[in-house]
Design a binder for this molecule. Sequence first.
Ligand code: A2P
Length: 340
Amino acid sequence: MKKEKYNVAVVGATGAVGEEMRHVLQERVFPVGELRLLASERSAGRTLQFRNKEIRVDVLGEDSFKGIDLALFSAGGSVSAKFAPLAVNARAVVVDNTACFRMEPDIPLVVPEVNPQEIGRYKDRGIIANPNCSTIQMVVALKPIHDAARIKRVVVSTYQSVSGAGRMAMEELSHQVSALFNGKEIEKQKFPHQIAFNCIPHIDVFLDGGYTKEEMKMINETRKILGEPSLRMTATTVRVPVFCGHSESVNIETEKKLTAKDVRAILREAPGILICDEPEKNNYPMPIDAVGKDATLVGRIREDDSVPNGINLWVVADNLRKGAALNAVQIAEVLIRDYI
Ligand code: A2P
């Protein structure tokens, strides 16, 4: 029998994504019974607001999931590796926002606008993985184009905001800006170089072959979500001094010819997309416009004449929202509608 309310745990509740999870659950009137906010010992005793009530933050522990129906994890891969299985043992379904389980074959990796049919496979392990923020917004735009004309190759370059690296990274940018204006030394912790007034072509660690882990996440996750294991794709991921909102230049080659007009018509009908493409009015997607919005914004739609069937897109979304918290809550909405 269907429940009227679900007990929800947010692991990493004090972080940038955890905060957005609370907002999204509240805004979308998710049927929350108890909301259990979990974080590290550093946050013990803090309270956070949900539906006009102050809720105490608990320290994450092995017994944290008793009575929980749904656990949303966003506290880093090592926390998920240890505690997601404990949550499953306590009969919760886990939606995990870290990279910990994404590429495991028996764990579905889901963007509800793209592959909602995968959600039912949560039954194997009790876990659904939320993709990387840069992957999510890109596949929302790729999927309808792939369905219409079969994508053969993708070249993506990202311009990723600091919030993707967490709350401390946002503080680092803000402190560096203020230090530089006041003639003081900057402090670096989260980024290997000064991020204020800079661009750093390095997100996550470097792997053999010269790619970063973030770049390989985008490639491998896109292949898994689209169900195209041999899709030709390359990525360059760059951190930029923007607080929130990731932007991407996406170059696509398709099997069938699509004009820019065709692509506009396809994307206009696609779920989760808002077209902002009136260059004559200086209207194109920008992070400052995407923040706080659910939609993935797409603009600068044009044909790439350097190849037979090429299309260029500029894709922007709120990385904490569609790139993380909103996508997780959308998955949870399908879970409670169809499965739990
Ligand atoms: P805390 O605030 O207590 O450190 P962000 O990605 O914005 O940095 O946030 C990370 C989130 O994950 C925070 O809520 C943080 O809690 C939480 N977190 C980090 N490490 C642990 C841990 N070992 N156990 C529980 N929560 C953790």
